[in-house]
Structures are given as structure tokens and as C-alpha cells.
Design a protein. Structure first.
Lengths: 480, 147
């Protein structure tokens, strides 16, 4: 268009020159031809034509030169605009002064460009300074058109290494980019690859309607939520732990209430008989032949009371004053045989046999407190007899394994379900192992056993099968 | 002709305590049937030809709660045979007397109370029961025994 305009200017210039030069000359020639005689008039005609031809040639040459000058300025202007478009901060300072016609137009373009750059730089600075990752994407292909510093820093690449790449190479959305492209609204969760690792991000996808109404992705803002998710998970796990602790506290409270009720019952019941029979004897209402029986009942209940109180005190003492027990060498085999013999009468009453054939005849020495070890063996043997079936058997085993001693008590009783096995060592836990609905004792027997095992630095475990029986295994350190 | 002695049903799981109460109740010349758990008591009650005039129930039984047993037996026995119920407990739970009263028990005693108190309460309940049976006047409520 500019070229056309220039061509038109050339023609116009040439025309003006020709008109201005030739019109008076032509008028002069016509007057001369009209008034001058013949040889002079022909000469004048020739001269006029020559001058006209020269004027035309000069006009054409001037037009051509003018056209060249303007074309050069236009080329310079176009070249300058290209430089500006490529972001080169080139100014028009070096514009040749002898080509001033279009220079002002160039300066106007530069002013416009600078205004635009200022305007865009606000957005660019915001884009670059954002701590979130900004990505501009090609609507159809999902290729990265632009990425801010936060993104380049995160992926550990330079901007030109990122531009043009598929966004899926760096960013994966939990629900996939297809869902994002299909116009799914709201924040989406995803991950950004950072070298060998992944950052968890929250993605806000910018969409636009395409020419046919289809959604197009324009870009994405990605926020690093790794730390937040980590804290969230931590919070969640802490909250779960707190809930669990609260539940445990509630259970402990419940257990405590149950324990107080049980304690009251277990301590008061022997007292009721003791007090009642003593009152009967004191009041003189007792028949003389009943005296022995009543005294035996009193004695039995007194012993029961003593056992309960001792167990309670032992448990408290074991838990808080482990270093106060005197330790010495104890021959465990002999101790087990003695305690089993003491229990034989009670076992026979319940038709339960005690089998000690698996107790090694060789002396088995352990370092421990003899009194507590007796309590440990007693408790386990007593439970095995008590929760056995009629005609059942209790097998006791003792053997030396390298530097450890294994003591086993196996019964052929009611056994227990897994839910009980996890809790039987808990203080005050009582399971209906007899199957009668009766919850006997204070629920501290096995807890006491465990405390004694701990006191000796040992380990206790239980295996059981409902209806088949239960086996307690105690491991203690051997002494040579 | 001597009147027939009252029949007392004693439900107590601890053998020694049961022996004690049996000795006390028998000493009064009453007939005592002793059961060690709820099921035995239920079986006996539903099969006996002669319902008891007094039931002495332990609150804590191995197979059921004494409170539930009290309610069940009172509801099961027809009005004219409905016995007086004395509940015994070693619980020390302050809510227990009112729970027993709601279940239909006429008296509640702590097991550690004086034995004479136990016998006196049983005696009083039997007398009231006799008077109720004679007058067929049932809406007397004596659940709270004065100290």
C-alpha cells in the first residue's frame, strides 16, 4: 500500500513539475509561432520541444529518487518494528537525519510500543514474581507457551527448555488432563515432577470456550501443597491418635468403674461370710457342732481376702518399685515341682491331672526373686487348673534353650478367642473364660504375671484356641 | 394345729454366704430353698407347686443380674402368689436401691449390714406378705425399709 502511495506521489510530482515548467513555455511558443515569421517559428518549435523533453526527463529522475528515498525509510521502519517485536530494546536514536520524512512515524511507533511494554510489564512482573507456578498453554495441544520462574525453578529447567514441551511431561493431575480439558470445575489435585521427586500441587485450570463451543485450556496455576498435605496427614494421624487415646481413656474409665464394682464385690464377699459367721458365733446362736465348719469358712474367706489384698499391693509395688526386689539364683525346676505338688489336691478336686514329665530333671537356674517366681508359677498353674474342663490336663514344660529358659503351661480347657488374648494381660481385664457368665477375681492375676516377667527381664506370650486350650510361654534369662 | 412355715427362696452364688443366710433363715423356722444362679432359680420357680412367700436375691449373679431376675420372677408369678423380694448387694452402688425398687423389690440391704437387721427385714416382709395375702390388698409399697 505504501509502495502504491509512493508511486502515486511520483506521478503526482512529475505531473506538477511538467505542468509548472511546460505551461508557460507552451504559451510563449504559441505566441511566438503566431507572431514570428516562418524560419523562426520552426526553430522555436524545435527548441520548445527539446526543453519539454528535458523537463520531462528531469521530472522523472526526481520522482525516481524521491521514491527510492521513501522506500528506504519504509524498509528501515519495518526493520525497526521487527526488532521491537522480537523484544530488542532498540531505539530510533540511530535513525539517519537525512531521512527524516518517516522518522516521526517511527518515533510514534516506539512511544506506542513503550506504553504497551509498560502496560504488559505489570502483568509480566506479577507473572514472574508469583510464588505459585503459572503456565500458559496452547489451547488445543496442551503445550507450554509460557512459564514463570516459580515453575522453571520447581522443575529445575531453564525457560527455553520448558517452552514448547507438553505440560503432561511435568504436571500430572489426579483426574487427568482430559478431565481438565473437558471442563471440570474447581481445584484439582495433582503432582509436579521435580527431578527425581514429585511435589503435590493444587491446580486451578483456566478454561475458555473454543470456536465451536468446546472448552479450551488456556493455562494453569499450580500451588505447592506438599507441606500442607504433609501437615494435613500429620494432623489427621494425630487426630486419629487422639481419638484412639480418648477411646482408651474411656475404656480405662469404664474398666476403672468395673474394677471398683468388682473390687467392692470381691473384697466384701469374703467379709460378709467372715463378719456373719463371727457374729453368729459371738451371739451364741451357733450350734456347737457347727463351730468347726464355721471356723473353716471364716479361715477360707480370710485367706481369700488376704490373697486379693496381696495381689493388689503386689501389682502396685511391681509397677512402681521394681528395683526393690532382692534377686538371687533360683532353681526353677524345683520351684515348679513344689508348686505343682501344692496344687495337686485342688486339681484332683476338679478332676484335672498335672503332667510334669516335660520339666527337665536337670537343674535350671535363673536370676530372680524366689517369692515373685513362686507367684508367677502359681498364677499360671492355678489358671490352667481353674479354666480347665473336667478330666482335663495341665502340661508343664521347662527346658533350657541356649542362654534362655522356657517355661510352658498348657491346659486343655476352654481356650479363648483372639479378642480376649489381646487383653488378658491388661490390668483389671476379666474374660468369661469359664463360659458360665461368671467373671471371677479382680482381673489382676495375669497382669501380675506379666509384671513379674518384666521384673526378671523376660517375655511372656500366649497361644490359644477356643475349645482346645491355652498355652502360656515364659522366657527367662538362664544363669550358668 | 401348727401353721405351715413360710417358704423362702434364696438366690446367692457365693457358697459361704449362702450357708450363712440359710443358717439365719432356717434358725427362724422357715423353709429355705437355695439356688446358686439365676437359671436354677427360674427353673425352680416355674416348676414348683408351692411358690415362695419371700425371695432373697443377690444383685450380682454369675449368669444374670439379680435386678432382672427379680423383675422376671415377679412378672411371671400371678398376683396372689407374688412373693415379697429382699435384694442383697455388696456393690456399694448408690443407685442400686432405687433400681431394685423399680424392679419390684420390697426391700434392699447391703450384705455387710448387721445379720439381725437382715433377719428383721425378712421377718417384716413375711408378715406384710401374710397380711397382704389375707386381705388381698396389694397396693401397699414397702420398698424402703426404715433404718
Amino acid at each position: 500500500m505504501v509502495q502504491q502511495m509512493l508511486n502515486w506521489s511520483l506521478v503526482k510530482t512529475a505531473g506538477v513539475l511538467v505542468t509548472l515548467t511546460l505551461t508557460p513555455l507552451l504559451a510563449l511558443c504559441l505566441l511566438a509561432i503566431w507572431y514570428l515569421p516562418e524560419p523562426y517559428s520552426f526553430t522555436l518549435w524545435g527548441l520548445s520541444l527539446t526543453v519539454m523533453a528535458c523537463a520531462a526527463a528531469v521530472a522523472m529522475l526526481a520522482g525516481w529518487l524521491w521514491n527510492r528515498r521513501l522506500t528506504r525509510q519504509v524498509d528501515l521502519l519495518i526493520e525497526h518494528c521487527h526488532s521491537l517485536a522480537l523484544g530488542e530494546p532498540e531505539t530510533l536514536d540511530d535513525w539517519p537525519s537525512y531521512l527524516a520524512e518517516l522518522g516521526r512515524l517511527g518515533i510514534a511507533i516506539q512511544v506506542l510500543r513503550e506504553a504497551l511494554v509498560d502496560y504488559l510489564s505489570l502483568y509480566r512482573r506479577f507473572f514472574e514474581a508469583a510464588p505459585d507456578m503459572f503456565l500458559s498453554l496452547s489451547p488445543a495441544g496442551g503445550h507450554i507457551l509460557d512459564a514463570n520462574q516459580a515453575f522453571c525453578r520447581t522443575v529445575g529447567l531453564l525457560r527455553n527448555e520448558v517452552l514448547g514441551q507438553s505440560v503432561e511431561r511435568f504436571v500430572s493431575l489426579d483426574e487427568g488432563w482430559d478431565a481438565a480439558v473437558s471442563g471440570k470445575e474447581g481445584l484439582q489435585k495433582g503432582r509436579v515432577k521435580t527431578g527425581q521427586d514429585w511435589l503435590q500441587v493444587e491446580a486451578s485450570i483456566s478454561l475458555e470456550r473454543g470456536p465451536e463451543g468446546q472448552p479450551w485450556v488456556l493455562g494453569a496455576i499450580l500451588r505447592d501443597v506438599t507441606q500442607r498435605e504433609l501437615l494435613h496427614r500429620e494432623l489427621l494421624s494425630k487426630s486419629t491418635a487422639l481419638e484412639k487415646a480418648l477411646e482408651e481413656i474411656k475404656n480405662v474409665e469404664e474398666l476403672k468403674d468395673q474394677f471398683l464394682t468388682t473390687l467392692s464385690h470381691e473384697l466384701k464377699t469374703p467379709l460378709v461370710s467372715l463378719k456373719g459367721f463371727l457374729q453368729l458365733m459371738l451371739s451364741g446362736r451357733m450350734k456347737p457342732e457347727d463351730k468347726q465348719n464355721y471356723l473353716e469358712i471364716c479361715w477360707r474367706n480370710l485367706s481369700k481376702l488376704e490373697t486379693q489384698i496381696n495381689n493388689l499391693l503386689d501389682l502396685a509395688r511391681l509397677a512402681h518399685a521394681k528395683d526393690q526386689y532382692e534377686m538371687g539364683q533360683v532353681e526353677l525346676g524345683k520351684l515348679i515341682r513344689t508348686e505343682a505338688d501344692n496344687l495337686r489336691a485342688m486339681a484332683a478336686e476338679r478332676d484335672v491331672s498335672l503332667d510334669l514329665t516335660q520339666v527337665t530333671p536337670a537343674p535350671v537356674m535363673v536370676m530372680g526373686n524366689a517369692e515373685k517366681l513362686i507367684q508367677l508359677v502359681d498364677n499360671l498353674l492355678l489358671n490352667a487348673v481353674k479354666y480347665n474342663k473336667e478330666g482335663g490336663q495341665v502340661t508343664v514344660g521347662l527346658e533350657k534353650l541356649d542362654n534362655r529358659v522356657e517355661f510352658k503351661v498348657t491346659d486343655s480347657g476352654v481356650g479363648m478367642a483372639r479378642e480376649h488374648m489381646a487383653k488378658i494381660f491388661n490390668r483389671f481385664y476379666r474374660a468369661d473364660l469359664s463360659g458360665t457368665g461368671r467373671l471371677e477375681g479382680l482381673g489382676i492375676g495375669l497382669s501380675l504375671v506379666q509384671e513379674i516377667v518384666r521384673l526378671h527381664g523376660g517375655h511372656i506370650s500366649v497361644e490359644s484356641e477356643p475349645g482346645v486350650g491355652t498355652c502360656f510361654t515364659v522366657l527367662l534369662e538362664a544363669v550358668y | 394345729m401348727n401353721a405351715k412355715p413360710p417358704l423362702v427362696l434364696l438366690v446367692e452364688d457365693d457358697a459361704d454366704t449362702a450357708t450363712l443366710y440359710m443358717a439365719m433363715l432356717s434358725a427362724e423356722g422357715w423353709l429355705v430353698v437355695s439356688c446358686e444362679n439365676g437359671q436354677t432359680a427360674r427353673d425352680w420357680c416355674f416348676n414348683t407347686q408351692e411358690p415362695p412367700q419371700l425371695m432373697v436375691l443377690d444383685v450380682r449373679l454369675p449368669d444374670t443380674s439379680g435386678v432382672e431376675l427379680c423383675q422376671e420372677l415377679i412378672n411371671a408369678l400371678p398376683g396372689e402368689y407374688r412373693p415379697a423380694v429382699l435384694m442383697l448387694s455388696a456393690h456399694g452402688d448408690p443407685r442400686m436401691p432405687s433400681r431394685c425398687r423399680e424392679a419390684g423389690a420390697r426391700a434392699f440391704l447391703d450384705k455387710l449390714r448387721d445379720l439381725d437387721r437382715f433377719v428383721d427385714t425378712a421377718k417384716l416382709l413375711l408378715e406384710e406378705q401374710a397380711s397382704l395375702n389375707n386381705s388381698r390388698f396389694y397396693h401397699v409399697n414397702l420398698t424402703e425399709m426404715p433404718d
